[in-house]
Design a protein around this ligand. Structure first.
Ligand code: NDP
Length: 329
C-alpha cells in the first residue's frame, strides 16, 4: 500500500484512538514486543531497524523493516523508509504490506497526541515545536486535535526550514505558526513542547521549561543522542511509551542517568498504564510532564492493520498473490 493511500485511510484523530487502544493492550500484557535489533552502517551513516510485534486482541503479528537515514534531510527522500508487514495468526498468512514512512510519520505524532490528551493541562493552548521536518509536520496536526491550540511557534536549526514550515503549515491548518529565532524563544511560556529533531546534543534545557508544561520528547530513539538535558528530565514527572524501551534505547533518559540527574525510579510509568487508570498522570497544574517516545512496533502494527481493514472495506490498495500455499496442495 503506497504512502498516498495510507494518508487517505489514516486520519490523525482515528490514528490517535488506535494508538490509545494499542497502548492499553500493551499495558494489559496482551502483546508481545521484543526490543528491536538495529543494524548500523559504518560510521552510523544509516541504520536498518527491525521491529516485530504481536497483538493478541487483533490476532495479528507483524514486522516493520525501516531504514533510518538522517542525511536524507533536504533530499526528496523521507528519513524513515520501508514497509510494515501484517500477518494473521491462524495460519501465518501475510495480509498486507504497508508503506512505513507514512505509518511512522502519523503513528508517532498520534501517540504524542494521546500523551498530550492524557498529561497536558486541559487548558494547554500554547504550542512549541522544535524541528521542522516530517515529525514536526505531523506533530502540529496531532496537537491541534489533542488541545485547543491558540498559539503555535516553531524553531529549527536551519532558520529557512522553520520559515518554510511556518508558511506551509499555517496555510494547511489555517492557524498562524510563528517562527522563533532560538529554541529558547520558541518554548518560552509554552504549555506543550514537541521535540522532533535529529539532534544529538540537547536542544531543550530544563531551565527554559515553564511550570505546568507537557513535553513530547520524540526525536531521540537511540542511547547516544538526546534532545533534553539532565535538568529537563529531572524536573519532570516522566512517562514512557514502554519502560523497557526507555531503559534500553532512550538517550534522553540514559545520558541523564549517567550524569546522576535521575535514576530508574524516575520513570513514573507507561502511558498505557495512565490510560488504564493504573497510575496517576499529572498530579499538579504546575508539574512538568515528559512523555518519552521511542516508537513501538505495536504502534506500527496497529496502524497498518487499521489501514488494511479500511482498504478492504473501501476497495483501496492493490491485491498481490505472493504464494504461501504448498506446491503439492
Ligand atoms: P526529518 O529529517 O524530516 O527532520 C529532521 C529535523 O531535525 C529537522 O528539522 C532538522 O533541522 C533537525 N536536526 C537535524 N540535526 C539536528 C541537530 N544536530 N540539531 C538540531 N536540529 C537538528 O526527520 P523526522 O522528522 O522524520 O525525524 C525527526 C527525529 O525523530 C529523528 O531523530 C527520528 O529518528 C525521530 N523519530 C522518532 C520516532 C519515535 O517514534 N519516537 C519516529 C520517527 C522519527 P533543519 O533541517 O532545520 O536543520
Amino acid at each position: 500500500m503506497p504512502a498516498a493511500d495510507v494518508r487517505g485511510l489514516l486520519p490523525m484523530s482515528d490514528c490517535m484512538d488506535a494508538m490509545a487502544a494499542v497502548l492499553e493492550t500493551l499495558a494489559r500484557g496482551d502483546a508481545i514486543l521484543p526490543l528491536r535489533p538495529v543494524l548500523w552502517l559504518p560510521e552510523r551513516r544509516g541504520a536498518l531497524g527491525m521491529m516485530p510485534a504481536y497483538l493478541g486482541d487483533a490476532g495479528v503479528m507483524g514486522l516493520k523493516a525501516v531504514s533510518v537515514f538522517p542525511g536524507n534531510e533536504g533530499t526528496g527522500y523521507d528519513s524513515h523508509q520501508g514497509a510494515v508487514l501484517v500477518f494473521e495468526t491462524g495460519n501465518g498468512r501475510l495480509l498486507a504490506i504497508v508503506d512505513a514512512s507514512e505509518i511512522t510519520a502519523v503513528r508517532t505524532a498520534a501517540t504524542s497526541g494521546v500523551a498530550t490528551r492524557a498529561l497536558a493541562r486541559a487548558d494547554a493552548g500554547d504550542l512549541a515545536i522544535l524541528g521542522a521536518g516530517t515529525q514536526a509536520r505531523t506533530h502540529l496536526a496531532a496537537m491541534l486535535v489533542a488541545r485547543p491550540i491558540r498559539r503555535a511557534r516553531v524553531w529549527s536549526r536551519t532558520a529557512a526550514n522553520a520559515a518554510r514550515f511556518a508558511e506551509r503549515e499555517s496555510a494547511v491548518h489555517g492557524v498562524p505558526v510563528e517562527v522563533a529565532q532560538t529554541a529558547r524563544d520558541a518554548v518560552d511560556g509554552a504549555d506543550v513542547i514537541c521535540t522532533t529533531t535529529a539532534a544529538r546534543e540537547p536542544v531543550l534545557l530544563g531551565e527554559w521549561i515553564a511550570p505546568g508544561a507537557h513535553v513530547n520528547a520524540v526525536g531521540s530513539s537511540v542511547p547516544f543522542a538526546r534532545e533534553l538535558d539532565g535538568p529537563a528530565m529531572a524536573r519532570a514527572r516522566l512517562f514512557a511509551d514502554r519502560r523497557e524501551s526507555v531503559l534500553a534505547e532512550s538517550g534522553d533518559f540514559l545520558l541523564a542517568r549517567e550524569e546522576g540527574a535521575i535514576g530508574d525510579a524516575h520513570i513514573a510509568g507507561e502511558l498505557g498504564e495512565v490510560l488504564l487508570g493504573e497510575i496517576e498522570g499529572r498530579t499538579d497544574p504546575d508539574e512538568i510532564t515528559v512523555f518519552e517516545s521511542l516508537g513501538l512496533a505495536v504502534e506500527d502494527l496497529a496502524a497498518a492493520f487499521l489501514v488494511y481493514e479500511r482498504a478492504l472495506a473501501r476497495g483501496a490498495g492493490t491485491s498481490l498473490e505472493l504464494g504461501g500455499l504448498r506446491a503439492d496442495a
